[in-house]
Design a protein around this ligand. Sequence first.
Ligand code: ADP
Ligand code: AMP
Length: 213
Amino acid sequence: MKIVMLGAPGAGKGTQAKMIVEKYQIPQISTGDIFRANIKNGTELGKKAKTYMDQGALVPDELVVDLVVDRLAKDDCANGYVLDGFPRTIPQAEALTAALAAQGDKLDYAIDVEVPDENIVNRMSGRRACVNCGGTYHIVYNPTKVEGICDACGGKLILRDDDKPETVQHRLTVYHEQTQPLIDYYNGQGILKEVDGTQDMADVFADIVKVLG
Ligand code: ADP
Ligand code: AMP
């Protein structure tokens, strides 16, 4: 099963992708997580990506596409994967379609998690991310057992720099301009499935399971 998660920043793509991983035993591939790991490890890619991420801008397509195509060639992707945060532009989506087509392959589902902009700033300002494993929580909607400490690995939780309200506003503008057109793109391919992302996490997931079977 090859799945792409669509939706605004903070819509719950990562949260739902993790639930898909558990139930369907396929890997989650999050380009945001890959960039953050590169930043943490001080790689050249991390240094380049950081300048864009800090501003709430997108990392240029040429730094993203090959990275993902290489990742999809790994053994653990043989039975499928859930892409979270990629593609984010039409050129990225076209490059993915072409890379898959070259192997006689294609995506199965594009799941759009719909959340209006009014809810997003609240979601993002309450999001807390683990510096160690990338686990994501929310101070109100999905709190950890011990405040500030990751349930999964005991790592420290932080508010991401790009989740501060002034950056979130810009990320939303970028989303509407560059990423939202992917909804029409995948609708045209006949694989778009829309779910109401304003529901409780478990209800959003139940709707996704109805789609995936
Ligand atoms: P994305 O991957 O789309 O950027 P996340 O999955 O990280 O979004 O979710 C953004 C924030 O909203 C996180 O703090 C998460 O815990 C919270 N969240 C996710 N889904 C829901 C939901 N259905 N209801 C309330 N809060 C949610
Ligand atoms: P995310 O963790 O998905 O919210 O991504 C955080 C940031 O990483 C984004 O605001 C972008 O700067 C960058 N990023 C992640 N994925 C992509 C992508 N597919 N294309 C361009 N930039 C990306």
